[in-house]
Design a protein around this ligand. Structure first.
Ligand code: NAD
Ligand code: USQ
Length: 382
C-alpha cells in the first residue's frame, strides 16, 4: 500500500514509518519538524540523541534497502498538502501530526490557540484533501483515551447504546477531556465523523492510551535510527518520565494522591495497531473507533514499580507525591473496553519488570543529557 505517515519525525510516527516500510509498504513521511522547535522553545531535548530526518531516512535506506520519501511542510498549508496528495495518491493516511502535550496546551492563551488551530485545522485540511484528491484513502487518525475522561461507568469503544424515555439509540460515547489539547482531539473526532457521513470518507479513530518505551526492532538497527524520548515536565509522559527520573536519582513525581488511572501501551504495539488498522480499512462512510491500549495502571502503582526496578539496578530513588499541577480526578472508577484491535490480531507486549528494566538501562546510558531544571512540572491548569 502507499501510506503517508504524517508526523513521521515524532515519537510514535518515526517507528511506525520504519515498521510499515519494513512490511513492504511504500511509505512517505510528512512533517514540519515543529516538535524539534518546541524543544528549542522549552530549552529541552530528547534523552536519546536523535539524528535529523534526512540522516534518519538515508540510514534506513542503507540498512534496509528501502526508500522512505519525505515532504517537509505543514498540514495547515493546503497548497503543500494538495501537492503531497497529488504526488503520492495514498491508500492510507496515518495522522500523527499534531501538538500532543496537554501541559503545552495549558501554558497560556497563545499555546491553547496554537494547539487547537494546529490540530483541528490541520485535520480539517486532511479531510478536504482526501475528499478532493484521494476519496478512497483510509484516514487512520490518532485520537486519545483522554477524550473520554474518567466517567463513573465503563468506557466503550467509541459508541454507547442508550435507552432514554423508552427509546434506544447507539450514540457517540460522551467526551469529558481534561486539557485544551485533549479537547482538540474531541473536535477532530466530530469533524471526521461528519466528513464520513457527508462525503463517504472511510476513517478509523485510534483512541490511544499513553505510550511507553522507545525501541522497536527497526529503531535498534543503527544508532542513527534511535527514537526520541521525552522526560521533561511538558512533553514527558507518565512511565517514560518516571524511568528517566529514576535514572538520575531524582524523586519520582506523582501528582497528587496518584490514584489517577490511565490506559497504556508499548510503542511496539502502537506500530502494530496502525498496521492492523491499515490492513483492515473502514468501509466507505464508516467512522470506526478503536481503543488502542493494552493495560491500565494508577500513577502511584507505576511509580512504585519503577522504584522497585531502579532499586534492583542499584539506583536510589523515592516516590514523592507533589501538589497536582492539573485539575483532574485523583480517585475514580476506571474500566475501558479494548477488544476491537485484539479481535483483529493484536498480541500485546505487556509491561513486565524486564520491559521497565530495558527502558531504564537506555535512560541510564544517556542520563547526562537530562537537563535537571526541566524535570519538575512548571505549568499549572489554574
Ligand atoms: P510527537 O510530538 O513526538 O510527534 C508529532 C509529530 O508531528 C512531530 O514530529 C511534529 O513535528 C509533527 N507535527 C505537528 N504538527 C504538525 C503540522 N501541523 N504539520 C506537519 N507536522 C506536524 O508526538 P507523538 O508522541 O509521536 O504523538 C503522535 C500522535 O499520537 C499525536 O497526535 C498524539 O496526540 C497521539 N498520541 C500520542 C500518545 C503518546 O503517549 N505519545 C498517546 C496517545 C495519542
Ligand atoms: N502524572 C504524574 N506525574 C508526572 C506526570 C504525569 O502523576 O510526572 C499524571 C498526570 O497528572 C496524569 C497522568 O499522569 O494524571 C498522565 O499524564 P501524562 O502526561 O503521562 O499523559 P497525558 O497528559 O494524558 O498525555 C499523554 C500524551 C498525549 C496522549 C495521552 C493519552 O502526551 O499525547 O493523548 O497521553 S491519554 O492519557 O490516554 O489521554
Amino acid at each position: 500500500m502507499r501510506i503517508i505517515v504524517a508526523g513521521g519525525d515524532g515519537f510514535c510516527g518515526w517507528p511506525t514509518a520504519l515498521y510499515l516500510s519494513k512490511q513492504g509498504h511504500d511509505v512517505t513521511i510528512v512533517d514540519n519538524l515543529v516538535r524539534r522547535k518546541y524543544d528549542q522553545e522549552l530549552r529541552s531535548n530528547s534523552v536519546t540523541p536523535i539524528a535529523s530526518l534526512e540522516e534518519r531516512v538515508t540510514k534506513w535506506k542503507e540498512v534496509s534497502g528501502r526508500e522512505i520519501k519525505t515532504f517537509i511542510g505543514d498540514l495547515n498549508h493546503y497548497d503543500f498538502l494538495s501537492e503531497v496528495f497529488r504526488q503520492t495518491q495514498p491508500d492510507a493516511f496515518v495522522h500523527f501530526a499534531e501538538q500532543r502535550s496537554a501541559p503545552y496546551s495549558m501554558i497560556d492563551r497563545e499555546h491553547a490557540v496554537y494547539t487547537q488551530t494546529n490540530n483541528v485545522m490541520g485535520n480539517l485540511n486532511v479531510l478536504y484533501a482526501i475528499k478532493e484528491f484521494a476519496p478512497e484513502c483510509h484516514l487512520i487518525k490518532l485520537g486519545t483515551m483522554g477524550e473520554y475522561g474518567t466517567p463513573n461507568i465503563d468506557i466503550e469503544e467509541g459508541y454507547i447504546e442508550i435507552e432514554h424515555k423508552g427509546r434506544k439509540d447507539t450514540l457517540p460515547y460522551p467526551k469529558q477531556p481534561g486539557s485544551f489539547y485533549h479537547l482538540s482531539k474531541v473536535h477532530d473526532s466530530h469533524n471526521i465523523m461528519f466528513a464520513c457521513k457527508i462525503w463517504g470518507i472511510r476513517a478509523t479513530d485510534l483512541n490511544q492510551g499513553i505510550v511507553y518505551g522507545l525501541h522497536t526492532e527497526e529503531t535498534k538497527l543503527d544508532p542513527k535510527l534511535v527514537n526520541r524520548v521525552d522526560y521533561d515536565g511538558v512533553f514527558g509522559t507518565a512511565l517514560n518520565r518516571f524511568v528517566n527520573q529514576a535514572a538520575i536519582g531524582h524523586d519520582i513525581t506523582v501528582y497528587g494522591s496518584g490514584g489517577q488511572t490511565r490506559a497504556f501501551l508499548n510503542i511496539e504495539d502502537t506500530v502494530r495497531c496502525v498496521e492492523i488498522a491499515a490492513e483492515n480499512p473502514a468501509d466507505k462512510g464508516e467512522f470506526r473507533v478503536f481503543n488502542q491500549f493494552t493495560e491500565w495502571f494508577s500513577v502511584q502503582e507505576l511509580a512504585e514499580r519503577v522504584q522497585k526496578i531502579a532499586k534492583e539496578e542499584g539506583l536510589d530513588t523515592q516516590v514523592r507525591q507533589i501538589e497536582n499541577p492539573r485539575i483532574e480526578n485523583e480517585d475514580h472508577y476506571y474500566n475501558a473496553v479494548n477488544t476491537k484491535l485484539r479481535d483483529l490480531g493484536l498480541e500485546p507486549h505487556l509491561l513486565t519488570d524486564d520491559v521497565i528494566r530495558d527502558i531504564l538501562r537506555t535512560a541510564v546510558e544517556d542520563k547526562d543529557r537530562i537537563i535537571q531544571e526541566n524535570v519538575l512540572p512548571s505549568i499549572t491548569w489554574k
